[in-house]
Write a protein that binds this ligand. Structure first.
Ligand code: SAM
Length: 236
């Protein structure tokens, strides 16, 4: 069995920088579905503390624009410099719901891991972002979700005590319906990711207080209703 990049990476660094299910592991799986080659320019939208960006720069030798809203670009710059990546991963403060500060057709790909659900769960975001991708380039998103859609008030009993509307969890068919409305992209992959359980297990070992909170939820059995959804589309 091949050892993954994620499994050889500094474990303590990863546990300190996770903000949810291990984004490096998720990115590594999603990247294996993408035609990434050295020198490409990739926007990592909602990068958090940048572990997805680090994976892309170190494993694929691409240039990453690491854009996030909640995490300061100054903190991310220090983190990237500490790994010798300051010329490969460029931190930005970006609110995806506001103006996007990049040139049109600038990126070979936009990727977004465990963040698109916060701003992309509407008909406006995909057409807003696609102009920044080169023709033939890719939009690749990995998001936590539910294995099926649960109507209002009918969540599984193991999930109910923990759920808040701010999770923005949807099912594969829900995302398919949303993305198929957009004419300038062809959906090339929509699947439940294999790394879901391992990414959650990694997260539960993080010292992040939210991980401690999530431990109780997973021990109660909520995880059987969760997946991680991979959505990849090619711009036409
Ligand atoms: C759960 S964290 C995940 C961070 C990182 N991708 C990871 O998986 O470790 C969600 C991220 O979404 C980002 N986010 C939420 N709303 C955003 C917006 N409107 N524009 C850009 N990023 C946003 C937050 O800044 C936050 O870092």
């Amino acid at each position: 069995m091949n050892t993954s990049f994620t499994d050889t990476f500094d474990r303590d660094f990863l546990l300190e920088t996770m903000m949810g299910p291990n984004a490096m592991r998720i990115t590594e799986e999603m990247a294996s579905f993408l035609p990434i080659s050295p020198g490409m320019r990739i926007l990592d939208l909602g990068c958090g503390m940048g572990i997805s960006s680090i994976l892309l720069a170190q494993k694929y030798d691409v240039t990453v624009f690491a854009a996030d809203l909640w995490v300061s670009p100054s903190d991310n710059a220090k983190r990237f410099a500490s790994l010798g990546l300051d010329s490969k991963v460029i931190p930005f403060l970006v609110d995806a719901t506001k103006d996007i500060p990049f040139a049109h057709e600038y990126f070979d790909m936009i990727i977004s891991v465990d963040s698109y659900q916060y701003f992309g769960n509407n008909e406006h975001m995909l057409p807003k972002l696609l102009p920044f991708v080169k023709k033939g380039g890719f939009m690749a998103v990995a998001i936590p979700g539910f294995v099926q859609e649960y109507p209002e008030g009918q969540l599984p009993k193991e999930v109910q005590p923990y759920w808040t509307p701010e999770w923005y969890f949807y099912s594969c068919p829900w995302w398919r319906t949303l993305w198929e409305k957009e004419a300038s992209i062809v959906l090339t992959d929509l699947r439940e990711m294999d790394s879901c359980k391992q990414a959650w297990d990694d997260w539960l070992q993080s010292p992040n207080p939210y991980a401690q909170r999530d431990s109780a939820m997973m021990e109660a059995g909520a995880g059987q209703y969760f997946n991680i959804i991979q959505l990849i589309g090619r711009k036409i």
